[in-house]
Ligand binder design. Structure first.
Ligand code: GTQ
Length: 351
């Protein structure tokens, strides 16, 4: 691979020829060929990055003073990967993440957009999101879906700040030049709070009528953290040491990933446990839900704590270790494997 012939450069071409190409909107491929099709493996722009919640939180609370909700609509600090340039709003090549703050009594107004989003609640009580007419409580660690083009607005009926992690497939939809939003009047709530989680109460049981009626693409909108945590603990008791205790959030009706583009999963690291994550072609974001983690992403080491976020490029080697020898640690993972599978480029590699 390294003995591949070196290709011609732009500078080698006569200036007059380059100008003729430029004025005709033409570009020679060979000087950029290796950049766009690197040999052997991708050359991601995404750099291993760690965002500390202890640093985000005071800046987000300041945004609460500096940017009234009417002027922000969504009061978010974006976790921007420096490898992409901060203005590109990339956490990885395909994943956008931000930390959103809502204060008591505020409303982040109703809208819908082509990118899909999820929220993972980080702190505070009394926050809620209304998705497509269903009111969903926001408790710490809960996962809430707002799929593409579903109406959503956020509110806060409690006291103190409410903060959550947003994850969107925005870089992807934006690169397709298909990203836009529609504003709407406040939604009329159409059913009981959290009705989707009431109907899909337990894995392996679905409403009988859903067997022969179309139930829509998104039957379940919220996964309460206490249930995910209990499921991880149960799985841990049946998982050998060294194997990941890892659960995927899926559509309870179809078993498929719950969004078409991004995948979501929860990981438990037992006390003192160290894991080499199976290496694959997907890029990923890790969020510490509980605990203290040593993470190694390719050649960079990070010490991450509660609510911190880490970004890993496609093909990265990721090792995670629970720094506590007494308590389990829990992580939430976002990746772009669902889309990669759909377009036939997903690969996983031997350790
Ligand atoms: O809460 O609807 O972080 O529309 C970015 C865009 C959150 C939201 C973001 C959004 C939202």
């Amino acid at each position: 691979m390294n003995d591949a012939p070196k290709l011609g450069t732009l500078e080698e071409l006569p200036l007059e020829y380059r100008t003729a190409l430029t004025t005709t909107n033409l570009v020679p491929l060979w000087p950029s060929l290796r950049g766009f099709l690197p040999h052997g493996h991708p050359a991601p722009q995404t750099v291993p990055t760690h965002w500390r919640y202890s640093e985000i939180r005071p800046l987000l609370l300041r945004a609460g003073e500096l940017a009234p909700i009417e002027k922000a609509e969504r009061r978010v600090l974006v976790l921007a990967n420096p490898g992409h340039g901060l203005d590109g709003l990339h956490t990885t090549g395909t994943i956008y993440c931000g930390m959103q703050l809502i204060l008591p009594g505020e409303t982040a107004p109703n809208h819908r957009h082509t990118p899909s989003a999820v929220r993972l609640v980080v702190e505070g009580e009394g926050g809620f999101t209304v998705v497509n007419g269903e009111r969903l409580p926001m408790n710490r660690g809960d996962l809430i879906l707002t799929p593409s083009m579903n109406w959503h607005e956020h509110g806060h009926a409690g006291s103190g700040p409410v903060v959550w992690l947003d994850a969107l497939d925005l870089p992807l939809v934006f690169s397709m030049e298909a990203s836009y939003a529609i504003e709407g009047a406040p939604q009329r709530v159409r059913n009981a709070p959290d009705a989707s989680a009431t109907r899909y109460r337990r894995a392996g049981l679905v409403p009988y009528t859903s067997l022969d009626t179309q139930c829509g693409d998104y039957p379940l909108l919220r996964w309460p953290w206490h249930e995910v945590r209990a499921a991880l603990q149960a799985l841990a008791s049946d998982t050998e040491a060294g194997q990941p205790v890892h659960l995927a959030y899926v559509n309870p009706q179809t078993g498929a990933e719950c969004l078409p583009t991004l995948g979501f999963s929860a990981l438990m690291l037992r006390p003192g446990e160290e894991l080499a994550m199976p290496r694959d072609s997907a890029s990923a974001v890790y969020h510490v839900v509980e605990g203290r983690i040593d993470a190694q992403i390719n050649h960079t080491a990070f010490a991450a704590e509660d609510a911190d976020v880490l970004a890993a490029a496609a093909h990265a080697k990721v090792r995670l270790a629970n720094r506590s020898t007494e308590k389990p640690a829990y992580l939430f993972k976002i990746d772009d494997a669902p889309l990669q599978r759909k377009i036939g480029i997903y690969e996983s590699f031997p350790a």
